[in-house]
Design a protein around this ligand. Structure first.
Ligand code: SF4
Length: 158
């Protein structure tokens, strides 16, 4: 068994502020991170995408288009553990504000034109989520606690 956990970071519809906070955490905890994790995907660090199986997928943002819905389902299939981070991912807000607008013909035209979903979804409305970390931006102490717990569990398994 690989001693390092293969981890990916994904962003959907959001301001990407949670991922910036994760990046700062990663920088401050670089030794812990490099000793225990191997990055599979992270758009902020590398444009390359890998479709290999991964231990952990960290996801920020809401699901607003058909393409995002397809992609998040793919992520769920290849990741053992999915962690939704931030209010966008957990509740869909604020991106889901458009769900509450009266859908006149003009809005419907744009939803269709840009291949958007009729309603913006949270990550847990789109797929099964194993852990949630709330906050806007994400509460980094809670995120850190989960990371440490997952590393301990993984260490006990080999
Ligand atoms: S939860 Fe807040 S900080 Fe995080 S991506 Fe959404 S809007 Fe940005």
């Amino acid at each position: 068994m690989n001693k390092k956990l293969k981890i990916s970071f994904y962003s959907f519809t959001s301001c990407e502020g949670c991922m910036m906070n994760i990046l700062i955490w990663l920088y401050k905890n670089f030794d812990f991170f490099k000793d225990n994790f191997e990055i599979n995907n992270m758009k902020l660090l590398t444009p390359k995408t890998s479709n290999t199986k991964e231990d952990i997928a960290i996801i920020e943002g809401a699901i607003s288009s058909r393409e995002q819905q397809r992609k998040v389902k793919e992520i769920r299939k290849k990741a053992k553990i999915v962690i939704a981070i931030g209010t966008c991912a957990i509740t869909g807000a604020p991106s889901n504000n458009r769900n509450f607008l009266k859908k006149d013909e003009e809005i419907k035209k744009y939803i269709k034109k840009f291949n958007q979903l009729e309603k913006v979804k949270s990550i847990k409305e789109a797929i099964k989520v194993d852990y949630e970390v709330t906050g806007c931006p994400v509460i980094i102490e809670e995120f850190e606690k989960i990371m440490h717990n997952l590393v301990s569990k993984h260490a006990q398994s080999y």
